[in-house]
Design a protein around this ligand. Structure first.
Ligand code: SF4
Ligand code: FES
Length: 249
């Protein structure tokens, strides 16, 4: 395959960026999207040019590092898939592909396609944890939890913190991300102790970081590679109201 790429290039956080054109030649349909970019970068480096900066780590859909907006869609056209698991067979030979970074005030561009997502870390540090001293690992059946509840909690825990939900949202809201973390802990007895403090602290931190609010667009759910449902946002709102009223203690 031969593809025409339009890639966002930006030398640093305060520099003006722009889309630059490249040709990706001899691309195998079996390559992943990031492998295709690796090939383009090899060509750039061989010709003495600056490689395109982009984030990745596991390349297995687990770590949440990859973060490209492909043709206007965070993680690209394949539903429920991270961009590292997107394959070139999803594109047509000769197609033009536009590649941009996550765009949100709270995710400033570091370079090219790399953004700073440490705002998510600060939201987790504000409350996305359980601090009870539980000693050694308890026996698996010591705390009975129904299959229905454990499944719901595990589905929420599937969030990989990639930030695609923020990038897709016109409000740059972090609600889907936060609601996944809050649901995961609110559903389980281990999360009960800090239940009220957690939701208040995480939402306050998100506001301080500059994330927007939720207006129920559903874009976050549509692009989430782990298919986290927006019903979690409803649960987070209930948790928030209960905490504000002091009823969640
Ligand atoms: S909710 Fe989905 S899109 Fe948002 S950070 Fe988690 S995995 Fe990524
Ligand atoms: S590189 Fe780890 S999820 Fe894509």
């Amino acid at each position: 395959m031969r593809l025409n790429l339009k890639v966002w290039r930006q030398t640093g956080p305060t520099a003006a960026g722009k889309l630059e054109s490249y040709v990706a030649d001899h691309v195998s349909p079996d390559m992943s999207f990031l492998e295709m970019l690796d090939v383009v970068n090899e060509g750039l480096v061989k010709s003495g040019k600056d490689a395109i900066a982009f984030d990745s780590d596991c390349r297995e859909g687990i770590c949440g590092m990859c973060s490209l907006v492909v043709n206007g869609v965070p993680h690209g056209p394949d539903r429920g898939t991270t961009v590292c698991q997107l394959h070139m067979r999803k594109f047509r030979d000769g197609e033009t592909i536009t590649i941009e970074p996550w765009r949100a005030k709270a995710f400033p561009v570091v370079k090219d396609l790399v953004v700073d997502r440490s705002a998510f870390d600060r939201i987790i540090a504000a409350g996305g944890y359980v601090s009870i001293n539980c000693g050694g690992a308890p026996d698996g059946n010591a705390i009975p939890i129904s299959k229905e509840v454990s499944d719901l909690a595990m589905d929420s825990a599937a969030c990989i913190g990639c930030g695609a939900c923020v990038a897709a949202c016109k409000n740059a809201s972090a609600h889907l991300f936060m609601s996944a973390k809050i649901s995961h802990l609110a559903l389980l007895p281990q999360g009960e102790v800090e239940r009220s403090a957690r939701v208040l602290a995480m939402i306050n931190q998100a506001d301080a970081e500059g994330f927007g609010s939720c207006s129920n667009e559903g874009e976050c759910e549509a692009v989430c590679p782990k298919e986290i449902p927006i019903s979690n946002i409803a649960r987070m709102t209930r948790e928030y109201v209960k905490a504000l009223l002091g009823a969640g203690e």
